[in-house]
Design a protein around this ligand. Structure first.
Ligand code: MN
Length: 146
């Protein structure tokens, strides 16, 4: 099987652009998800996320890991108690039980590929106590959106 991309943007034919986290339990803004690969013999899913300017992914943690490559735009990522600038082709590993959130910077969407386990635990959202701990780091306090 071969799936053709639309040249010049990160969209693929016959690959629906999904709303992100449709269970409505998490806080996020202006982000889409496309599942590029999944299958019965694959123990992973390969997804593409795109966060529009002003948007953000949910602030969460979980036991499963994320393997991420930025392919569009630029942004910043929270990894536990630090915030990193990220751009084209940077690789981000989100280890187990690590608070994380992605946000674009500038006028362009932040697009990234993300591989996860097909079977995985549900994300945990921060409690008030978790947020208080996170906000003890000034750079984190200035960054996170919930
Ligand atoms: Mn996650």
């Amino acid at each position: 099987m071969m799936i053709r991309s639309h040249l010049g943007d990160c969209r693929w034919t016959e690959t629906p652009v999904l709303g992100y986290k449709q269970d409505g339990t998490t806080s996020f803004r202006d982000i889409t998800k496309q599942i590029l690969f999944e299958g019965a013999q694959m123990h992973f899913q390969w997804r593409y996320f795109e966060v529009a300017p002003g948007g953000y992914s949910s602030l969460e943690r979980h036991e499963h890991e994320h393997a991420v490559m930025v392919v569009r735009g630029a942004g910043r990522v929270l990894l536990q108690d630090a915030v990193y600038d990220i751009g084209h082709y940077d690789l981000i590993l989100v280890p187990p039980m690590t608070w994380h959130q992605f946000q674009p910077t500038g006028d362009e969407p932040l697009g990234f590929l993300c591989i996860v386990n097909a079977e995985r635990d549900r994300p945990q959202l921060p409690t008030a106590a978790d947020l208080e701990l996170l906000r003890q780091h000034p750079a984190v306090a200035a960054f996170i959106k919930v």
